[in-house]
Design a protein around this ligand. Structure first.
Ligand code: PGA
Length: 249
């Protein structure tokens, strides 16, 4: 069976000192039974890459510009710049980007394309809001979010990519989706990819994110279409994150 991946999304938390202590603890624990990816805030990318890159831990950005070429885009960071700081991965379309920065499905798809053009592997984040779930729109919302990337980038773009299903109502709330809810959406995403290319659909790693913690990780990771997790709050404490890694067997 292929290794699960446990990815840390530090969001806008941390400091250089925290980055150092977290990375030192992760490298010391050396969790080789799963792949580990750390997505710190951009200013800490180089530090994290220096501390963890050598240990085979992946490093990723949390966002990038849709612009590929350098230019007058104050405040933006390109894929090439993230790569220059040691990133190989980048989160794209996290719900906090979609909702607080009005990132549309189309913009997210352009960012996905920019990541690939800059040599990064994108992790496409998708997920429905509570009202959408209650209205029975979950599958349709996810289909549109994944579909926008398929339209602009094609199924080949998922050859190395990953998709993280993160229901908005589960992020940071302490209320994770149930393993059954997660499995349903993951199977739905895989079937959407399968219509385009069965081999790539099998290869694409599907992560679940939203209030994953040590207590629920093993059950979530045991679902057949769950290939790992994207961890927010619990990735900020080394022992919590490492317990989740331990559950990813
Ligand atoms: P959470 O965040 O684990 O704190 O719910 C997950 C995420 O936003 O990636």
């Amino acid at each position: 069976m292929r290794k699960k991946i446990v990815a840390a999304n530090w969001k806008m938390y941390g400091s250089r000192a925290m980055a150092k202590s977290l990375c030192t603890a992760i490298v010391a624990a050396n969790p080789t039974h799963c792949d580990v990816l750390i997505c710190p805030p951009d200013p800490y990318l180089s530090d994290v890459a220096d501390l963890c890159g050598v240990a085979g831990v992946g490093v990723g950005g949390q966002n990038l510009s849709e612009h590929i070429e350098p230019g007058a885009y104050t405040g933006e960071v390109s894929a090439a710049m993230l790569a220059d700081c040691g990133a190989h991965w980048v989160l794209v379309g996290h719900s906090e980007r979609r909702h607080y920065h009005a990132e549309s499905n189309e913009l997210v798809a352009r960012k996905f394309a920019a990541a690939l053009a800059g040599g990064l592997t994108p992790v496409l984040c998708v997920g429905e809001k509570l009202a959408q779930r209650q209205a029975g729109e979950t599958d349709a919302v996810i289909a549109d979010q994944v579909g926008a990337v398929l339209d602009i980038c094609g199924i080949g773009a998922f050859e190395a990519g990953m998709i993280a299903y993160e229901p908005v109502w589960a992020i940071g709330t302490g209320h994770a989706a149930t393993p059954q809810q997660v499995q349903h959406v993951h199977a739905f995403i895989r079937s959407q990819l399968e219509k385009e290319d069965a081999r790539i659909a099998r290869l694409t790693r599907l992560l679940y994110g939203g209030s994953v913690k040590a207590a629920n990780a093993a059950e979530l990771f045991a679902q057949p279409d769950v290939d790992g997790g994207l961890i927010g709050g619990a990735s900020l404490v080394a022992s919590d994150f490492l317990e989740i890694c331990a559950a990813a067997r």
